[in-house]
Design a protein. Structure first.
Length: 216
């Protein structure tokens, strides 16, 4: 019931976010309507980083306790984390083409995000290659903990290196000023993405629990 309620809340929030992005947020003076893609890109990357932080918590929890619930938590968070990172990369490319004149450039932020995506795709593939549950959980713990080291690199890359990418709009060391309607729209979409992540996490945890019960 809780997962279903989260699902419906996520749907309603996503609809509200879509309406705010196209009906409330004003057209950007310089970038025009292409700026609206930020309502997808920014919540996507923040939710992806949240998901991978949960993976880290799950992996540390497993190392300390060897409890399978922590392993299930890490798996359940990694899958939507990869999904949201993919959304970030695709939406960023769509934004980059009219803004930078190219779909992709080896900018520090883009490159570190691509590395993050590949690390956790590899994490999921590695889990699928190991049959023994305990060995799979131990190997995944190593990759999950080491992979988390890339999270601050993604976030601070525009501060640490000269980059084409704009500075962090929010949660950065030097946040950029945002007009109130745009800030409200980004917040609504961030809440929507977070609710969607919470729903996917809860649903995947239930599936993983059933899989473990069946395997046992």
């Amino acid at each position: 019931m809780a997962a279903r309620a989260l699902g419906w809340l996520a749907v309603l929030a996503l609809i509200a976010g879509l309406g705010a992005a196209f009906g409330y947020a004003p057209r950007e003076v310089v970038q025009g309507n292409v700026r609206r893609i930020m309502c997808l890109l920014l919540p996507g990357v923040l939710t992806a980083l949240l998901a991978f932080a949960v993976v880290f918590v799950g992996r540390v929890g497993y190392v300390l306790t060897e409890g399978q619930v922590w392993d299930r938590l890490a798996l359940a968070a990694a899958e939507p984390g990869v999904l949201f990172t993919g959304i970030t990369i695709v939406s960023g490319s769509i934004w980059g083409k009219p803004t930078w004149g190219t779909w992709w450039t080896w900018d520090a932020r883009l490159t570190s995000t691509a590395v993050l995506f590949l690390v956790y795709v590899g994490y999921l593939l590695l889990r699928g290659m190991v049959d023994d549950p305990d060995r799979r959980a131990r190997v995944a713990a190593v990759v999950g903990i080491l992979g988390a080291a890339n999270i601050p690199i993604v976030h601070f890359s525009v501060k640490w290196w000269r980059a084409l990418h704009q500075p962090s709009t929010i949660l950065g060391p030097e946040p950029s000023p945002i007009a109130a309607p745009i800030a409200a729209t980004l917040l609504v979409n961030w809440i929507a993405f977070t609710l969607l992540f919470a729903y996917l996490l809860a649903a995947r945890m239930q599936i993983a629990r059933l899989e473990d019960t069946h395997a046992g």
